[in-house]
Write a protein that binds this ligand. Structure first.
Ligand code: MRU
Length: 349
């Protein structure tokens, strides 16, 4: 049993099924604000501006999101339902390109919709119920997967070890418990000591704002470091293993994750520290043969020059390169853990 140290799920649907409920991650750690989102502008904005973020959380938010948006448009018959579903599908699919869970979840709902129509359901109420059931099942699967990954991940860690993590692949990045952080929560629930070094993860500070927030909330011994301190703590013998999440895994095991993950992987390999990637099998994209096929999202320059600082820190007009993700070559990953097992190089998922 993993304890839910948070008392809320990061992504949910309201009881009446009319709103997507998320905790606004842009307000954390200072304010815990829950948003109730009902239309396409609100849901798309919440995903693009990272109010909800993390590969599995984005997929679940899009799944509940499309259900509530189409329902609230009150389509008059199943043809109108299909039309609105496809329109909203295209809008949500474009919100974030790298995490494949978004596409997988939307495609799964689309297949469920097709099947329900082939099976002869034509009332919008019935179709709505079938689609919503599938979205709820996607969330349940996320929680079940996180529990399985927690067990598998913890089996690789010695009690008393210190883990280094990057970005946020915890409770906030999924609906409940986390992927990379789930073994830590399982350890905590069992009274096993695991300490964590969290990298702050420039430019959006998901490590400092979100990972540190949630680990402290769960009572985990947590130390925050700047990203350029990784080599120093590793060479000092402070780190036993690295665990990070993933946004998309290519068929050959190359991993797209938050920009800087490949730097951590190179350092871990140099210092002979295992680097484990934990993510659900829905993160594996067989359509991408290698990391070269993965589209990397580029984000606005103000994330580097202004955001999180009282005053702009770089001169106006400076050129900024701000890719949100990078590719860690499969060879540098010690193991990829999904709910289906522990996989090692050469990867054959
Ligand atoms: O840009 P973000 O914050 O959505 O990026 C998230 C990450 O890179 C996470 O590490 C990844 O999605 C794993 S989430 C379980």
């Amino acid at each position: 049993m993993i304890d839910n140290f948070f008392g809320f799920d990061s992504v949910d649907i309201s009881e009446d099924g009319n709103a997507l409920i998320i905790i606004d991650q842009t307000e954390l750690p200072s304010k815990e604000i829950f948003l109730s989102l009902k239309n396409e502008e609100e849901v798309a904005e919440a995903i693009t501006s990272l109010r909800v973020r993390g590969a599995p959380a984005i997929g679940i938010a899009a799944s509940f999101g499309i259900c509530v948006i189409v329902k609230n448009l009150r389509p008059k018959d199943y043809r109108a339902y299909l039309y609105e579903f496809d329109r909203v599908y295209d809008i949500l699919l474009k919100t974030r390109p790298t995490a494949v869970n978004l596409r997988n979840c939307l495609e799964s709902l689309r297949s469920t919709l097709n099947r329900s129509i082939e099976d002869g359901y034509t009332s919008t109420e019935e179709i709505q119920e079938i689609i919503l059931d599938r979205a709820k099942q996607i969330k349940r699967e996320d929680i079940e997967n996180n529990i399985k990954m927690a067990e598998l991940g913890l089996s690789l860690l010695k009690p008393g070890s210190t883990i280094l993590t990057y970005c946020n692949a915890g409770h906030l990045a999924v609906s409940r418990f986390g992927s990379a952080l789930s073994p830590i929560y399982l350890a905590k629930s069992r009274g096993v000591t695991i300490k964590v070094f969290a990298c702050e993860t420039r430019p959006l500070m998901q490590g400092a704002r979100l990972t540190a927030y949630e680990l402290l909330k769960a009572g985990v011994d947590t130390t925050l470091i700047c990203d350029n301190m990784v080599s120093s703590v590793m060479s000092g013998g402070l780190i036993d293993a690295v665990i990070t999440g993933c946004d998309r895994i290519a068929a050959n095991g190359d991993v797209a994750n938050k920009i800087g993950t490949s730097m951590v992987a190179i350092l871990a390999s140099h210092y002979k520290i295992p680097h484990y990637i934990i993510g659900p099998s829905t993160t594996i994209d067989p359509e991408c043969k290698s990391g070269e096929d993965i589209v990397i999202e580029e984000r606005s320059s103000d994330e580097v020059t202004h955001r999180w600082f009282k005053k702009q820190i770089a001169p106006e007009g400076v050129k900024v390169f701000n890719p949100a993700f990078d590719i860690t070559p499969a060879k540098l990953v010690s193991a990829i853990i999904t709910e289906k097992g522990i996989f090692r190089y050469p990867y054959n998922f």
